[in-house]
Write a protein that binds this ligand. Structure first.
Ligand code: 6PG
Length: 256
């Protein structure tokens, strides 16, 4: 599934299952091409609940689903909780993807967790940025940036009206959010919009009726990234595909 670089493409699916199946196919194609070209595939996972089904499908598909031994995992964001906390983005991925994938050859050393639990989150963000830049250069050019979108139009931990939205010099920052959809976890670490936009392939996976209004604003409304931060993600030299289910696309109509 390829898209014209720079112009957001929208793929509609009946439901989360169909969306997740297509996302697994798409990620596999990107990963195989990345490994063929550079010997490795760097993926930033999104948090939240939407990716869980994709992770489960990748494991069900087994050793052939991805070039597991050549995969390097990062995160787009993390909440200020320890890995075992039920709201940890890493914790969900560890249970649904990382631990099972060890049997397929995913090396522990290639899984880079954000230490959201550290009291000095700025130091944790700077350490993560150092690791990212050491692996990928500056800007850190991921092969695949997996993005979710909240019902308020946020992505990663780039929430409306928060300081991280204006960050253009750093690739990873701490952010303090007060959004009612932040699961009650105000302190975060997040990749910045320039870091996410540097990716070769950006994929928004958006499912559920609660996303419909925000998705319509982000894709068809006026440019308003302070209130709809997902609008900030615009790859200059990469492609962006919105993979959305019918419920999330309900307010798009024939507009896009
Ligand atoms: C986070 C996530 C966030 C998520 C969206 C969608 O840490 O909160 O990274 O950006 O992707 O909120 O979450 P759902 O998939 O649960 O709807």
């Amino acid at each position: 599934m390829t898209a014209s670089p720079g112009k957001p493409q929208i793929r509609r699916f009946d439901d989360l299952e169909a969306l997740s199946q297509a996302a697994a196919d798409d990620l596999a194609a990107i990963a195989v091409a990345a490994v063929a070209a550079r010997g490795v595939c760097h993926v930033a996972l999104s948090g939240g609940s939407t990716p869980r089904r994709l992770f489960q499908l990748l494991i069900q598909r087994g050793p052939g689903a991805l070039p597991w031994a050549r995969l390097v995992l990062w995160w787009g964001d993390e909440r200020a909780v320890p890995p075992e906390h039920p709201e940890s983005n890493y914790g969900m991925a560890r249970e649904a993807l990382i631990d099972p994938a060890r049997a397929f050859g995913l090396p522990t050393a290639q899984v880079h967790r954000m230490a959201g639990e550290l009291a000095d989150r700025d130091a944790a963000a700077r350490a993560y940025e150092s690791a990212l830049v050491a692996a990928l250069g500056a800007p850190p050019r991921l092969d695949y940036a997996m993005q979710g979108m909240g019902p308020d139009g946020h992505t990663a931990s780039l929430f409306p009206d928060t300081p991280a939205l204006a960050e253009t010099a750093r690739w990873v920052v701490a952010n303090h959010v007060t959004s009612p959809v932040a699961h009650g976890i105000a302190d975060r670490i997040t990749l910045t919009a320039p870091a996410l936009s540097a990716a070769r392939h950006v994929r928004f996976l958006v499912a559920g009726a609660d996303k419909a209004a925000a998705l319509a604003h982000v894709l068809t409304g006026p440019r308003d990234p302070v209130h709809y931060p997902s609008q900030l993600i615009a790859p200059a030299d990469g492609d962006l595909i919105w993979m959305v289910d019918r419920a999330a696309a309900a307010s798009l109509g024939g507009l896009v």
